[in-house]
Ligand binder design. Structure first.
Ligand SMILES: [Fe+2]
Length: 307
């Protein structure tokens, strides 16, 4: 059985915060050596041994997320190095968009192009990461380098609790949630023809040997239907409306600060971001996203060895 944090560690109205491991502080490279140490860490070289068991337990258990707050006085390279080191202990960094992907406003508009919302300053809507039916990262992580001038609060919601409320309030929509619905194909390198969109079908709720899998991207699903020249079924709109209203009521909202590393279980937690603004006199907002694969498999192995 996966141990979980005591309930006192988790309040429904604020995120779980954990201290940065002491061994990480001790191993921090000096600012002039941090870039080189970061390059090595991205190749898995020079990674110090850390105890991340509290973080791993939070991610695998019912809390589904945690924030580690590194000192804001560390340089960007030191923060990136610390981030990579911590994530290395949780699994493998996915390189599909680069192992570290800077989420910043590039002046793009996702409503008129295939640009990801991560390259805009718009609200993202609540979602789980990856629009590709064939790929779902175990963990999604965000390191805050600069929060921007205003707005941009982060949001987190618990999909298991949402599913329980859906079953209670609208049992007739459970089968709709378990049906695979097409999602627009926006991953660079993948063909975005009608057949590819039709094939890129994903259920909102499903299960595998590790438990619940929640995959939600309302915007990309509705856009897929539009590209396929199909109406969005009325029951699917009802499901989406229920999910959005439930998350609006129950989501935790918080501001990330420089040095904060948010790590969330991408199968059981939904995340989002409110719209933000950059302004003269403030460093432009920049968060560094990473996707981690293999977290659940590593947990399974650790648990079976422990048993
Ligand atoms: Fe995201």
């Amino acid at each position: 059985m996966i141990p979980i944090l005591p309930s006192s560690a988790h309040s429904a109205d604020r995120p779980v915060r954990l201290p940065v491991p002491h061994a990480l502080r001790k191993a921090l490279p000096s600012s002039d050596r941090a870039e080189a140490a970061l390059a090595k860490a991205l190749d898995g070289v020079g990674i110090p041994t850390l105890n991340v068991s509290r973080l791993a337990e939070a991610l695998a258990g019912s809390t589904g997320h945690a924030i580690l707050a590194a000192p804001s006085c560390w340089t960007d390279a030191q923060l990136r190095w610390a981030y990579v080191v911590i994530l290395h202990h949780l699994g493998d960094l996915n390189g599909r968009y680069g192992k570290l992907f800077d989420v910043a406003d590039r002046g793009l508009d996702h409503t008129t192009s295939n640009a990801p919302v991560s390259k805009t300053k718009a609200a993202t809507g609540m979602h789980t990461d990856s629009s590709d039916a064939g790929y779902n990262p175990d963990l999604v992580a965000l390191l805050c380098l600069q929060p921007g001038a205003s707005g941009g609060r982060s949001l987190l919601a618990d999909a298991q609790a949402l599913f329980d409320r859906l079953r209670q309030a609208h049992p007739e929509l459970v089968s709709v949630a378990r049906n695979a619905w097409p999602r627009d194909v926006v991953t660079p390198g993948l063909t975005s023809c009608s057949k590819a969109i039709e094939d890129n079908a994903i259920p909102v709720f499903s299960e595998d040997a590790h438990g619940l899998i929640f995959r939600y991207m309302r915007y990309w699903t509705e856009r897929a239907m539009a590209k396929l020249d199909r109406d969005v079924p009325e029951e699917l709109t009802r499901l989406f409306d229920f999910i959005d209203a439930d998350m609006d009521e129950h989501a935790v909202r918080f501001q990330l600060r420089r040095g904060d590393m948010l790590v969330a279980n991408n199968r059981t937690m939904v995340h989002g971001r409110e719209a933000f603004e950059n302004a003269a006199g403030f460093a432009p907002r920049c968060l560094v996203r990473a996707w981690v694969d293999g977290f659940l498999d590593s947990r399974s192995q650790a648990l079976s060895l422990r048993a």
